[in-house]
Design a protein around this ligand. Structure first.
Ligand SMILES: Nc1ncnc2c1ncn2[C@@H]1O[C@H](COP(=O)(O)OP(=O)(O)O)[C@@H](O)[C@H]1O
Ligand SMILES: [Mg+2]
Length: 287
């Protein structure tokens, strides 16, 4: 499988030579396969956001390499600049960066910077808004007159409208209620199905990761301590618990049932999957 992103032995220090020196990334290596959704999990301060900002050219590693496709993006200025368009980065709380007088202009900002024609920009604004469930009537409003969840979706649409090869999102649903979370993740899922875009998502929520990710990377104190398919990583339940990361409740329940001799797959991550597995093994479910 081809890699969309390869991170090789990357280290990074904040505040070198000061009393506040922090080793934020400590010899991190990982890869992200083309077309997959890779989830990054780990506690606050473990280095996730620092790494994300390296992927699109914003922060240069102190040592090590970042490859986008086959290109070492910090090897020259041109590649570093291009990375900003190839890798779309949605920051945490991106709504704080809305600034235009209408939603339409905010979503169009990125595509405009790419030098696209007005027609193409208009098409992209419409497509991107539709993916995140923003109706036509919102587009003429001020970004300051819409709800928090809508603002978040406007900010995400602005990056989608740039059609990056790789979409990177830092805690895209943080601070939202369950309905808001589902709107964000549902929109991203739709976008992914329609475009096949490679995605990297940082999230605190093991439930969201279980539901949406293909592969997982676990950070702890600036290091990658696990990576693999979701199944491989979630098989290490005890190690995850030791660092305070619990598998989703439904996954734990199903695994306990298995231990009690009720045989259903161990790889169950949502209530719907559990229901389906139980019905297919034990029958029932008819009216
Ligand atoms: N701008 C900064 N200046 C100094 N230290 C920072 C800065 N940004 C992050 N750090 C520190 O680097 C470490 C990693 O932070 P971060 O990458 O934000 O982790 P995460 O996204 O996993 O919470 C933490 O110890 C954090 O306090
Ligand atoms: Mg962070």
């Amino acid at each position: 499988m081809q890699n969309a992103i390869t991170v090789e032995n990357v280290s990074y220090v904040y505040g070198e030579g000061t009393p506040f020196r922090v080793l934020a990334l400590d010899n991190v290596s990982l890869n992200v396969e083309m077309g997959k959704l890779t989830g990054i999990i780990g506690h606050t301060g473990s280095g996730k956001s620092t790494l994300l900002q390296m992927l699109n050219g914003l922060v240069k590693p102190d040592s090590g390499r970042i490859l986008v496709g086959d290109d070492d993006i910090y090897s020259n200025k041109k590649l570093r600049r291009e990375a900003a368009f190839r890798v779309g980065l949605v920051f945490q709380y991106p709504e704080y960066q809305l600034f235009e007088d209408t939603v339409r202009r905010d979503i169009a900002f990125g595509p405009k910077n790419m030098g696209l024609s007005d027609e193409e920009i208009e098409i992209r604004v419409r497509e991107a808004s539709a993916f995140v469930g923003l109706g036509e009537e919102i587009l003429e409003k001020s970004p300051f007159d819409i709800s928090g969840g809508q603002k978040r979706r406007v900010a995400i649409a602005g990056i989608l409208a740039m059609k990056p090869d790789i979409l990177v999102l830092d805690e895209p649903a943080s601070g939202l209620d369950p309905i808001g979370r589902r709107e964000i993740f549902g929109g991203l899922e739709k976008y992914r199905q329609a475009t096949g875009t490679t995605m990297i998502i940082v999230s605190h929520s093991m439930e969201d990761m279980a539901r949406y990710a293909d592969d997982l990377v676990v950070f702890e104190n600036g290091r990658v301590i696990m990576q693999g398919t979701k199944q491989e990583v979630f098989a290490r339940e005890d190690e995850l618990r030791e660092i305070g990361l619990e598998l989703p409740q439904i996954t734990r329940l199903v695994r306990r049932l298995n231990k009690m001799g009720i045989n259903i797959s161990n790889d169950i991550y949502t209530v719907d999957e559990a229901l389906e597995a139980i019905i297919s093994t034990y029958g029932g479910g008819e009216k």
